[in-house]
Design a protein around this ligand. Structure first.
Ligand code: C2E
Ligand code: C2E
Ligand code: C2E
Length: 89
């Protein structure tokens, strides 16, 4: 077990996501909307996603999961804690 506690979740800030220009956020916004629809989870300000989904998103953005995570932290869509979730890959 990590001394920093359990692996943090990957939690998308949906309000921040909605503020970003479409060219950047488009694919992620569509992916998040699909997950919301599959769960019937429409009321959240945030959306917890699977680690596996970050891998899929990295392929979509043509980046490594670590690179995509850094970018999403820069955009304010992910918390810096998310780095630890990706290290666990
Ligand atoms: P599924 O993968 O067959 O999961 C069925 C149900 O198991 C989910 O219903 C949920 O209640 C529960 N479940 C599965 N994995 C987890 C988990 O890691 N945490 C929690 N808390 N519950 C889990 P739900 O939420 O209505 O989702 C229905 C279907 O929508 C899922 O069927 C899956 O096919 C898809 N889905 C939902 N959320 C995600 C997601 O974040 N990523 C992906 N790739 N698919 C998702
Ligand atoms: P947490 O995981 O730290 O989530 C804190 C709050 O963030 C949640 O409060 C909820 O308002 C929001 N949140 C996080 N992920 C999502 C999401 O994918 N969709 C939506 N709509 N909101 C999200 P909430 O619901 O009162 O839950 C409090 C705590 O209860 C959670 O803290 C977690 O520890 C536990 N919990 C709730 N639902 C689940 C679940 O499906 N699976 C597990 N393992 N724990 C859950
Ligand atoms: P969580 O619900 O706290 O689940 C934490 C981890 O426990 C998941 O990480 C997954 O590895 C495992 N887990 C929990 N429930 C199930 C399950 O029914 N089947 C399987 N095979 N594994 C399960 P993961 O996948 O990275 O998901 C992170 C978070 O994303 C979950 O935290 C939950 O908040 C959300 N999530 C993922 N899939 C679903 C889903 O299908 N429905 C809902 N409502 N939330 C989901």
């Amino acid at each position: 077990p990590s001394p920093l506690g359990p692996t943090p979740k990957i939690v998308i800030d949906l309000e921040r996501l909605a503020q970003l220009p479409k060219e950047k956020a488009g694919p992620l916004a569509r992916y998040a909307a699909t997950i919301q629809s599959q769960r019937g989870d429409y009321n959240g300000k945030v959306l917890s996603i699977r680690q596996e989904d970050l891998r899929s998103l990295a392929v979509i953005y043509d980046k490594s999961p670590a690179e995509l995570t850094e970018e999403l932290i820069e955009w304010g869509v992910l918390d810096a804690e998310a780095r630890r979730a990706v290290e666990a890959f």
